[in-house]
Structures are given as structure tokens and as C-alpha cells.
Design a protein. Structure first.
Length: 477
């Protein structure tokens, strides 16, 4: 098998072995994606995206979420930029959110927060901070932060020196600082909790968080529900008030984990070989049915995208990456055994293969979306899996990793608790999932499915008013 050669900037709330181009570049790592995911959020009814370094907000904008000095902005108002950053000449490189708060990382390595602050999740409970913060507040300065992340009511930041800061709700131990309180002030998680080593990657679930240190040791803290940390527990919920080492990785080296994330009672991670593994509550993991041998390219399941491992791809600085091999019959048998799970199939404690040939992974609440790796000059594709019942029956997710027919060549992805926005190379944006807050359409909160694709022209129109009629939104410029 030939090595695949490519290096590309990927900015996310996770941090990987760092080869930074600027002070606040979160990551450069080896993959084949051309898509930068900079907004991985848990917002319920609000739309957000980064464009030209500006933070754009639309849909529901109560609780100060617009960030322009008003506690409430009508959903009928046009999508708007957060003015504070424009006035200060700051470019925002990453966004992370809970359900009603937003934190942002600027190009100087500083962190800002606004929105609901009931648990101190936006900006901590410092003197003078209100319940709702309607303008961005500088909350971490001169720490050289490279990655940010949020749980439902908690927030995290990783510095270039390898320290993790946390703040917000800690009923389940989300702060990772050996406390169980309604709100935890902004403070550093002691490095001794990570066995004295600097942290190089972080990620979050709904009521949990994750870190990997430079030795490749993996840690989780908060609610270890439904065996989601790789241990078969006697009770459904185990509250870890400080980081707990996850030791059941089924032979996977922690240094090979490129992203670790999760949602409501599950954990997932992406390896350097492009494989996605999951553990925890089975209904969220897309592990129905059995694995087949796939096609000759070594894909798990026939629905997944193809990738020619014999082709050399060049791009940027060279770095050798060896992609995953086709599963052997023995590996398939082992993975199918793991899919049977614990507790009569309701939980899976051992990391179990969900899908392959993935360049980026984004999970929250009850499901995941992954971006596939494709041949040179071919557009990436989207796979989704998670809860398919209730209000979301037959929309947004699939009971297993399901290939989606996105409109046009996919170039940018934004998301929320139960919705996604995807952009194509023609500057169009489409909405999928829960439409609450009228974030897909100012006239209705109707939910939307992948087909027919629902175009959100009002967002594009607002951007063109600012950047010019010839501007093509969503291209990462």
C-alpha cells in the first residue's frame, strides 16, 4: 500500500500533535479533507457560522446570544455579525457552544464568552456577571489557547503549553477539578490529574469531557453513563469528579486517536487510519446489523464512500499516512461480537468499529456526522447516524452510518444539538433537522430532511449585503 501524502489545516475544538502555522492555529494533521470545521455546537434553536473571521448569528437570539448588547433579538431580524470582534479588529478562528451559550477563540489565542450564564458556563461567576451576557466578555487572556470545547452547560480551553481550563456546571463532575457544584469558576485542571503530562487533545460529550496527554493516555471525566468510558459498570451513571484513565481501548494506541468526542451517554473517536469507534449507549452509535467485508477498497458496508489507496495525493507539506487495511475475516467476526454489547445489547463498553475512511468527526447529543475521505478532486461526503425515533424519525440520522446526498460539492459544515447546516461551492447553505427558532426559515420552525434539500437564501443574502454581491459565502476565505 502506498503512503498517502497531504497536510492541511483543520481547526476544531480538538487539539492534535501540533505543527502550528500561527499562534492560534489549533492543528495541522494528516488527512485528505478540504473542509475546515470551525463551529461544533450544541445550540438548540440558534444558527451560527464563521465567515471571514466574523461570527454570524441567526434564528433564536434570546439570552443575549446575538452578542450585540441586547438580551433579546427577534428571529425575524436578519442574520448579523457580532460587532465586538469587528470593532476590536479580531478574527475568530473557532466557536464552541452549549445549548444557550457561546465561546469564541480569537486569532491572538484569547477566549470570549456570551449568552446564558446561569451556571457560569459563558463567562464564569465573576463579580458583576449577570444571568445573561449580551456582549462577548474576555474570559481567558494571554494563555495562548489553541482549542475550545463545550458540553451542555460547561466550557473548556486547551493551551499550547498543554493545560486544560474548565468552567460552568459541575453537577456531574464536568469541571474535572474534584468538585461537584452548580457552577465552577474558571480554573486550570491540575496537570497531575493527567499523570503529570501535558494534554494535546480535548473533546466533550453532553455531561462529560475528554483529554489525551502527550504519552497517548486517554482520560474522561463527568458522567460515565451507560458504560461510555469503556468500563462495564454496575450502575448506569458513574460520576467522575476528576479525570479517569480510559484503559479499555481494545488495542488502539491513544497516540493514534485524532479526535475524541461524544454526546448524551456515548463516546466516539477517530483514528489516524480513518476509522471511527464508539462505546456507550448503543442506540446512539449506529451499530445495528453486522459488518460485511465491503468492496475491494476495504470499506465497511457497501454504502460508504470509495477511496483509492494506490493513488498518491500531494498537497502542502509532505507527510506519510498509511490508511486502514481491509478488515480481515477474523476482525469482522470480532467486531460483530462486540456489537452484541452489554446489558442485553443496550450498551457497548468496548470500542466498536462504526465506519471507515473518515477525515473528520462531529458528535453531540444523540448522534454524529462524519466527513468522508475522497479521491483527489472529488468532493467529500457526509455520513450520519444516531437516534432515528421520536420527532426525528427518518430525518437527520440513520440507524447505521448512512451516506447522505448533499446538494452540490460540499465545502463547509456547521451544526447544533439536533440540526446541521452544510454549504456548497456555489455559496449555498442548506438546513437539516430540527427547525426550532426559525433558523432554517424566518417564516416557520418546520423540521427539514436531507431530501428535498432546503436552501437558506436569507443567510446568503445577509452576507452579500456585507461582503458584496460577488462574494461567494461558505468557501472558508
Amino acid at each position: 500500500m502506498k503512503a498517502i501524502k497531504i497536510m492541511i489545516l483543520f481547526i476544531t475544538y480538538l487539539s492534535f500533535p501540533l505543527v502550528a502555522k500561527t499562534r492560534t492555529d489549533a492543528v495541522i494533521f494528516s488527512t485528505t479533507t478540504n473542509v475546515n470545521i470551525t463551529t461544533r455546537t450544541n445550540l438548540i434553536k440558534t444558527g451560527v457560522t464563521l465567515e471571514n473571521g466574523d461570527v454570524w448569528v441567526w434564528g433564536y437570539r434570546g439570552r443575549g446570544l446575538q452578542g450585540n448588547g441586547k438580551s433579546h433579538v427577534s428571529f425575524k431580524a436578519e442574520p448579523a455579525r457580532v460587532k465586538e470582534f469587528i470593532e476590536k479588529g479580531l478574527s475568530i478562528t473557532q466557536l464552541a457552544t452549549g445549548i444557550y451559550h457561546i465561546i469564541a477563540l480569537d486569532d491572538r489565542g484569547n477566549v470570549w464568552g456570551w449568552g446564558r450564564n446561569a451556571y457560569g458556563e459563558a463567562a464564569g461567576h465573576r463579580k458583576g456577571m449577570g444571568y445573561y451576557i449580551d456582549k462577548p466578555v474576555l474570559i481567558l487572556e494571554n494563555k495562548d489557547v489553541i482549542a475550545i470545547s463545550c458540553g451542555k452547560y460547561s466550557s473548556y480551553a486547551l493551551t499550547r503549553e498543554g493545560d486544560v481550563y474548565s468552567w460552568g456546571r459541575s453537577y456531574s463532575g464536568e469541571s474535572g477539578r474534584d468538585i461537584r457544584v452548580a457552577n465552577a469558576e474558571i480554573a486550570k485542571i491540575p496537570r497531575q490529574y493527567f499523570k503529570g503530562s501535558k494534554v494535546v487533545k480535548i473533546g466533550t460529550g453532553t455531561f462529560s469531557a475528554y483529554a489525551i496527554n502527550e504519552k497517548g493516555e486517554v482520560f474522561g471525566w463527568g458522567d460515565e453513563a451507560f458504560d461510555s468510558f469503556g468500563f462495564v459498570n454496575e450502575t448506569l451513571h458513574v460520576y467522575n469528579l476528576r479525570p479517569k484513565q480510559i484503559t479499555n481501548l481494545d488495542g488502539i494506541n491513544g497516540k493514534d486517536i485524532m479526535q475524541i468526542t461524544g454526546g448524551h451517554y456515548f463516546t466516539t473517536f477517530l483514528t489516524s487510519t480513518g476509522r471511527v469507534y464508539g462505546m456507550g449507549r448503543k442506540s446512539r452509535l449506529g451499530l445495528t446489523g453486522t459488518i460485511t467485508t465491503g468492496d475491494e477498497e476495504g470499506i465497511v458496508d457497501d454504502d460508504h464512500s470509495e477511496f483509492d489507496e494506490e493513488e498518491d495525493i500531494e498537497g502542502g507539506e509532505e507527510d506519510e499516512v498509511h490508511y486502514g487495511k481491509e478488515l480481515t475475516p477474523e476482525e469482522i467476526e470480532k467486531e460483530n461480537e462486540k456489537r452484541e454489547g452489554e446489558r442485553r445489547g443496550k450498551t457497548i463498553a468496548t470500542p466498536t468499529l462504526i465506519t471507515q475512511n473518515i477525515s473528520s468527526l462531529y458528535c453531540r447529543f444523540r448522534g454524529c456526522v462524519a466527513i468522508t475521505r475522497e479521491k483527489k478532486d472529488e468532493g467529500e461526503k457526509l455520513l450520519t447516524w444516531g437516534i432515528i425515533g421520536g420527532a426525528y424519525r427518518n430525518i437527520l440520522y440513520g440507524k447505521e452510518a448512512t451516506l447522505r446526498n448533499n446538494e452540490g460539492k460540499f465545502v463547509k459544515l456547521d451544526g447544533g444539538r439536533q440540526h446541521l447546516f452544510y454549504w456548497n461551492d456555489e455559496g449555498q447553505v442548506f438546513g437539516v433537522g430540527y427547525g426550532g427558532g426559525r433558523k432554517f426559515d424566518p417564516k416557520t420552525s418546520k423540521k427539514r430532511d436531507w431530501e428535498p434539500a432546503f436552501k437558506m437564501e436569507f443567510v446568503v443574502d445577509a452576507m452579500k449585503k456585507v461582503y458584496g454581491e460577488d462574494y461567494i459565502p461558505g468557501q472558508g476565505k
